[in-house]
Design a protein around this ligand. Structure first.
Ligand code: NAD
Length: 282
């Protein structure tokens, strides 16, 4: 069986078209949607990502301000910046870019992002609201996994979903969203014993670890749908996911690049126009 490709470029394009229309409508009402990205790293991968996010924002009519605080920024500097942006009426979305400087913990900062501008679901209140089934922006990557599955009409109700990885930005919120969609969800992590025994039971397997080749054919059940969230730099410099080969077992698999990544960026922009259009910002 040749696995179908869960392409992310088409759904990303559709989202960007929606966002372009929404942003133009907002500008017509005198609201210029604006995303602020706070950067405190000189990591080249993060730099590349932020430049591409800013360019993508510009193409859909969203202003993107990148606030570079330097890789030696202190918690206080970043905290003050997030508070300032949270109370700035011209800013509708705030992203705190990873990684942070050594010794700076996201847990000490994320609550400074106003929930209504928390377009990447970083504030613990956003996570709590998501878990409680209340309105909140989920982390864009988690939302992108669901968006990709929906675009490709993958049924979730009653199906076994296994998420590998339990980070606050990807694994946990993805599990929450799958649960909201009536999947039966298990979460695996670095201490899970016999990972393959768990992952083989998945109808829908989402992998978000950050290790090239972690998931191989023996981890995948026949006919499974596999979403590969991993973005790793391969020895040859190319981008690689966490899934190595599924040897014809998977029914469908998302590519890296071109799967979850483009949908994630598009959804961050969509969350920003949604925030800009919401009552508290108009
Ligand atoms: P993280 O390091 O915060 O979390 C990794 C998780 O993997 C942890 O929960 C850990 O317990 C688990 N893990 C580690 N080794 C394991 C093992 N051997 N078996 C099972 N679980 C194991 O990483 P993250 O921020 O969640 O990112 C995960 C991956 O997703 C990375 O490759 C990252 O680059 C990628 N990512 C992609 C996007 C996108 O838009 N495509 C966005 C964010 C993150």
């Amino acid at each position: 069986m040749t696995a179908a490709v869960l392409d992310g470029t088409a759904p990303a394009r559709a989202i960007r078209e929606r966002v372009t229309t929404a942003a133009a409508g907002l500008v017509g009402r005198g609201i210029v949607p604006k995303l602020a990205v706070v950067v405190a790293t000189d990591d080249p991968g993060a730099g590349w990502y932020v430049r591409s996010l800013a360019a993508a924002a510009g193409r859909v009519g969203i202003t993107c301000e990148v606030i570079s605080l330097g890789a030696d920024a202190f918690t206080d500097d970043i905290h003050r910046t997030l508070l300032r942006l949270s109370s700035d009426d011209t800013v509708h979305g705030i992203v705190l870019q990873a990684p942070l400087p050594d010794g700076v913990r996201v847990e000490d900062l994320a609550a400074a992002i106003a929930c209504e501008k928390d377009v990447d679901g970083a504030n613990p209140l956003s996570a709590g609201r998501l878990a409680a089934g209340l309105p909140a922006y989920p982390p864009a990557t988690a939302a992108a996994v669901l968006c990709l599955l929906d675009h490709h009409q993958i049924e979730l109700t009653g199906r076994n979903a296994v998420v590998v990885g339990r980070s606050l930005v990807v694994g946990k919120p993805t599990a929450q969203l799958l649960l909201q969609r009536d999947a039966t969800v298990a979460i695996c992590h670095r201490h899970t014993k016999d990972l393959a025994a768990h992952t083989r039971s998945a109808d829908v397997l989402v992998v978000a670890v950050g290790r090239i080749g972690l998931i191989r054919a023996e981890h995948v059940g026949d006919g499974a749908v596999v979403v590969d969230v991993g973005t790793n730099t391969a020895p040859d410099g190319s981008l690689a996911g966490d899934v190595d080969a599924t040897d014809g077992r998977a029914a469908a698999i998302s590519p890296v690049p071109g799967g979850v990544g483009p949908v994630t960026t598009a959804l961050l922009l969509e969350h920003t126009v949604q925030s800009a259009g919401a009552a508290w910002c108009s």
